[in-house]
Design a protein. Structure first.
Length: 94
């Protein structure tokens, strides 16, 4: 595949393949090009969805669930609209 080709968001088939690879002992993070910060993590023979972003000045990681979660469910509405939730300003109470 050409390096200039646009990457496609992760699919359910990708999740199944990553679960198989994780069961065989592979470790790694697979970023979802459909949503900045969203990734599929392969650790300890299992697969989990996580979201990485900033909260204030600190980097944070939020675990979203396992491989039973569909990629379209893991992708928040904000990411589908091109905005990561942690990049939005919280409303200030007055």
């Amino acid at each position: 595949m050409s390096s200039n080709a646009p990457m496609k968001p992760l699919t359910a088939a990708n999740v199944r393949e990553c679960a198989r690879r994780a069961f065989l002992g592979e470790v790694g993070d697979i970023p979802d090009p459909g949503c900045a910060g969203l990734m599929l993590r392969m650790r300890e023979k299992k697969v989990t969805w996580s979201y990485r972003g900033k909260l204030g000045a600190k980097q944070k990681r939020w675990n979203l669930g396992g491989d039973h979660i569909d990629p379209t469910t893991a992708r928040p509405v904000q990411c589908r609209q091109g905005r990561a939730p942690c990049r939005q300003r919280p409303r200030r109470s007055r």
